[in-house]
Design a protein around this ligand. Structure first.
Ligand code: CUA
Length: 327
């Protein structure tokens, strides 16, 4: 009974991985749904063939009542061993190849060039650039994507240092991000929600901590968000805002509207709207922001950001308060 309990718990744990924010088996986008259907067809088809083969095997093990004629045996081999696999495998091949977007160029071409959302993989975070669109200015953000539901979007993917890989399991993908090369991936989200996307190519010590969130929103909410991002934050004149510049944070990070554009590290405009600190390393709370500023490498080994533990704790607290108030 103990063993049954263990089996049930472990299979429940395994199945729990099949739903939620990061699952190719719980699709929230057209491309993910296609991959899921391919998976289902392969598994069910493979299961039926497996059952038929095992059935034949058991039948053969039971012993033959009469010997097969040579003719019957060669017919079984010709139909069961050659014709059947050729037909089934060819049909699966055609279906699988048909699902590739490059085979159906109108899927990739559906998005006009200027609306490409640029995503660059950097050790160990994601630079995101939204183009100017519908009279709204373009802007840069980081570690979070927002997408309108039901709208086909395309990403222009590249990398600044080593190879990373862009993958939103719930929506589709994945595609490598290669320094010096631009890959284009097109996706269409079909369900609102917040999804989770990991870097899918080993890229260094903090590869496992390189993730981003994808928020799929209604068109109006998405337009509001774009407008808000495009206009930047309002300067508030707080102590934290002043210390952000004084201690050099603004040398690498921009808070558009309050600092000059720096562009070395992740853009922090409307930082409080993001779920995490450090591209998925920690939940976005004031304590965690303080912890990250004090010693990023303790949270994210290999992070390019130096430790700021020489800055007085009160100043770090004020900067964290400033950042977690940017909404
Ligand atoms: Cu970036 Cu792995």
């Amino acid at each position: 009974r103990k063993r049954t309990g263990l089996l049930l718990t472990s299979s429940a744990l395994v199945l729990a991985g099949c739903t939620g924010r990061q699952s190719a088996l719980d699709p929230a986008g057209q491309e993910a749904a296609e991959v899921y259907h391919l998976f289902a067809v392969m598994v069910i088809g493979g299961g039926i063939i497996w059952l038929a083969v095992i059935g034949l095997l058991l039948h053969a093990c039971r012993g033959q009542r009469r010997a097969w004629s040579e003719n019957e045996a060669s017919r079984l081999i010709a139909w069961g061993g050659v014709a059947f696999p050729v037909v089934v495998l060819f049909a699966l091949l055609v279906y699988a190849v048909w699902l590739m977007p490059t085979i159906r160029p109108w899927v990739a071409r559906a998005v006009p060039e200027p609306t490409l959302i640029e995503v660059t993989g950097e050790q160990f975070w994601w630079r995101v650039r939204y183009p100017a669109e519908d009279g709204m200015a373009g802007f840069e953000t980081a570690n979070e994507l927002r997408l309108p539901i039901g709208e086909r979007v395309a990403f222009s993917l590249s990398a600044a240092d080593v190879i990373h890989s862009f993958w939103i399991p719930s929506l589709g993908g994945k595609m490598d991000m290669i320094p010096g090369r631009t890959n284009v991936l097109s996706l269409q989200a079909t369900k609102t929600g917040v999804y989770h996307a990991p870097c899918a190519e080993f890229c260094g010590t903090s590869h496992a901590y390189m993730t981003f969130s994808v928020v799929v929103m209604g068109q109006d909410a998405y337009d509001d968000w774009r407008r808000k991002q495009a206009s930047g934050n309002q300067p508030g004149g707080s102590e934290g805002e002043r210390l952000f510049a004084y201690h050099g944070c603004a040398g690498c990070h921009s808070v558009r509207g309050t600092t000059p554009i720096a562009g070395l590290g992740p853009d922090l405009t409307y930082f409080a709207d993001r779920e995490t600190v450090g591209a998925g390393a920690l939940r976005n709370t004031r304590e965690n922001v303080e912890r990250f500023i004090r010693d990023p490498s303790s949270v994210k080994p290999g992070s390019q950001m130096p430790a700021f533990d020489m800055v007085p704790h009160g100043d770090i607290a004020a900067i964290a308060e400033f950042l977690t108030g940017l909404r």
